[in-house]
Design a protein around this ligand. Structure first.
Ligand code: SER
Length: 344
């Protein structure tokens, strides 16, 4: 059995790409990467072990946990909000049962070794649900405990898994008293992410995807039809800050953490502002707006801004990229470089 190894599920996803690339460059962790699809070639050199498999496959997961003692698990695999609405029951199985499998195995490993396995879980602004635009405007930046009435299967799954994580960390098998008293539980830590934007990958199946899609289409000279109204406002964050927040929360001393779930955010543009920034960088871009009413309803139910003061207070969270820096110093130059390379 090898020591000090991190498990990353959903390795091929947006966060998986960013996290594996970052940890790989640091070279301090042995990475076991798991994904349903073959893990991208660009990530393979960063990983100790690559596993193509399903988080619903308990036999496979059991073997992985027998082989490795994990210090940290980044459970990133999930079906995002738009895709989940086309097959809610499948989304529930993957998003909830898959998470349950990992929580259970991580707990068993913590108990066996006596050392808490850290369990880092990305939740989402989809955990919120505001009833109408008037309430959304009046709500302003909302805290972790307000307006938790998600309208999507994905949002319900995320909110429930936040509670599952808290349960496994604090009350697991609470009636098996003497046995449970002395056993280590998992160290569950969760971030509620806003919409994420990376220069290196485009998300699939999400409802905040109009932001990254607009940028990546424009950079490739492809027309883009934005599926929300220009006045739609959501919180966003660039991938380097998402990775920074995951690692900062992961390395915070446990005694500093006063809650299991933390909002993080950096800026909140409207779709129109997004459009203007993208058009300034790519003046030829063909971007039109044709709102899709059902997807619009989902985005309208998500907050325009979130209150991340608990993260700032407890573990010193502060994003490196505000809106101007995000576009001028990261997104625009990086996508220009990326797609220029592709054309050559
Ligand atoms: N980006 C996600 C989605 O749109 C929200 O967390 O589904």
């Amino acid at each position: 059995m090898q020591n000090d190894v991190v498990l990353i599920t959903g390795a091929n996803g947006e966060i998986g790409h960013g996290l594996i690339t970052f940890l790989g460059e640091q070279g301090q962790s042995k990475i076991v990467a798991l994904d349903l699809q073959e893990v991208d070639v660009s990530l393979q050199n960063c990983c100790e072990t690559i596993i193509q498999g399903d988080i619903l496959d308990r036999t496979l997961l059991g073997k992985v946990f027998d082989q490795y003692q994990f210090s940290t698990i980044y459970h990133l695999a999930s079906i995002l909000s738009t895709k989940a609405e086309y097959n809610p029951e499948l989304a529930h199985r993957i998003n909830v049962e898959g998470t349950l499998n990992l929580l259970q195995l991580a707990t068993a490993q913590s108990q066996k070794s006596g050392a808490s396995v850290k369990f880092l879980y990305p939740s989402s602004i989809a955990a919120y649900g505001l009833p109408d635009l008037k309430t959304k405007a009046a709500a302003g930046h909302i805290s972790e405990t307000e307006w938790c009435f998600p309208t999507t299967m994905y949002g319900c799954n995320k909110l429930y898994c936040e509670h599952l994580g808290r349960y496994y960390a604090t009350h697991y098998r609470q009636l098996v008293a003497e046995q449970a008293q002395n056993e280590a539980c998992i160290d569950f830590r969760c971030l509620r992410f806003p919409g994420l934007i990376s220069a290196m990958t485009v998300p699939t199946g999400g409802t905040s995807d109009y932001g990254p899609e607009m940028l990546h289409h424009a950079a490739q000279g492809l027309p883009y039809v934005c599926f929300v109204r220009p006045d739609t406002r959501l919180p966003f964050m660039v991938m380097p800050d998402a990775i920074k927040s995951l690692l900062a929360l992961g390395s915070a001393p446990r005694q500093c953490l006063t809650q299991f779930v933390y909002n993080v955010t950096s800026f909140s543009p409207t779709a129109q502002e997004f459009y203007e920034i993208v058009r300034r960088a790519f003046p030829q871009a063909e971007i039109t707006f044709a709102p899709h009413s059902a997807r619009q309803n989902i985005v309208d139910s998500w907050p325009a801004d979130v209150d991340d003061s608990a993260a700032r207070r407890d573990w010193g969270w502060a994003p490196d990229f505000d809106q101007r820096r995000a576009f001028d110093e990261y997104l625009i130059p990086a996508v220009q470089k990326r797609y220029a390379k592709v054309k050559i």
